[in-house]
Design a protein around this ligand. Structure first.
Ligand code: SAM
Length: 265
């Protein structure tokens, strides 16, 4: 689909190359492990595993057998380095979450944090996550959600500026349903808290989205954006950040956890 709002928020994050953590600096990951009962003896697939933070927690803290899948070779390399540093064995595989390179019914738990909506076909991501689940398996994901009261037009504009095909809770439930699973529990508090979107640095607390990047990082990012998207791209990036983070501050967008079980026919 053509998008007149490029570079999106997800594009900016990706080109920045800056390592950020999930909401609550991994609190949400630990909560997901607790809700889905990730433990020794369980086989877990982390889709869109990024730098491997979730995979490391599930393997090191919970004792599960973990596999991570990401489409970006560099992320797989970072993830392998991270797991080596933590002295933990995890199988990181390059692949597309829309066509998971594993046979059906292999995993006890399949997870995704913040990236069901990034690939072109989020429905395919969910269907594939369900396909590789064992018959009594658990699907758990954390995604951005819209507040209930937004118009169709406002949602569409925010989706395009964000670069993420997000839904309200009802919309995510319908997608899970179509994928062959059922949402059995959702949790939105404390994950709706706006600061979850920017207080994600390893080394410091970030009190506002303006401070997510340091001055040096902002200068470097501007140069990268200029090279890749030109002057108009820089203007669009600033506009997208302002509109997207205003929506977050006004609680039009937050995060939610979806715990789901596979429906066996
Ligand atoms: C926003 S990050 C995910 C965040 C990560 N789960 C975390 O919380 O740290 C998006 C990740 O999804 C990966 N990704 C995007 N499209 C993908 C696809 N079609 N299949 C697999 N991974 C994909 C990107 O390479 C990137 O590592």
């Amino acid at each position: 689909m053509s998008n007149k709002y490029i570079p999106t928020i997800e594009d900016i994050t990706a080109v920045s190359g800056i390592d950020t953590l999930p909401p609550g600096k991994l609190d949400i990951t630990r909560r997901m492990a607790q809700l889905s009962d990730i433990k020794k003896g369980k086989k877990v697939l982390v889709t869109c595993s990024h730098r491997g933070y979730q995979a490391v927690i599930y393997a090191k803290e919970c004792g599960a057998e973990v596999c991570g899948l990401d489409i970006d070779e560099r992320m797989i390399e970072f993830a392998r380095e991270n797991s080596e540093k933590e002295k933990i064995s995890i199988n990181f595989v390059i692949g597309d979450a829309q066509e998971i390179p594993f046979g059906s019914e292999q995993f006890d738990i399949v997870t995704n944090e913040g990236a069901v909506g990034i690939p072109e076909n989020p429905q395919k991501v969910l269907s594939e996550m369900v396909r590789v689940l064992k018959r009594d398996g658990i699907l758990i994901f954390r995604e951005s959600i819209f507040a209930d009261n937004l118009s169709v037009e406002e949602k569409e504009e925010l989706r395009l500026r964000y670069g993420n095909n997000i839904e309200d809770i009802k919309g995510w439930k319908e997608r899970v349903d179509r994928a062959g699973a059922e949402v059995i529990f959702t949790e939105t508090e404390p994950w709706l808290e706006p600061s979850n979107f920017w207080n994600v640095r390893h080394d410091r607390e970030v009190r506002d989205y303006h401070d997510l990047y340091t001055m040096t990082e902002k200068l470097r990012l501007s140069k990268i954006l200029m090279k890749k998207y030109g002057k108009d791209g820089i203007t669009m990036a600033a506009e997208n950040e302002r509109i997207f983070y205003d929506a977050v501050k006004n609680k039009k967008i937050g995060y939610g956890i979806f715990l789901c079980k596979k429906i066996n026919l």
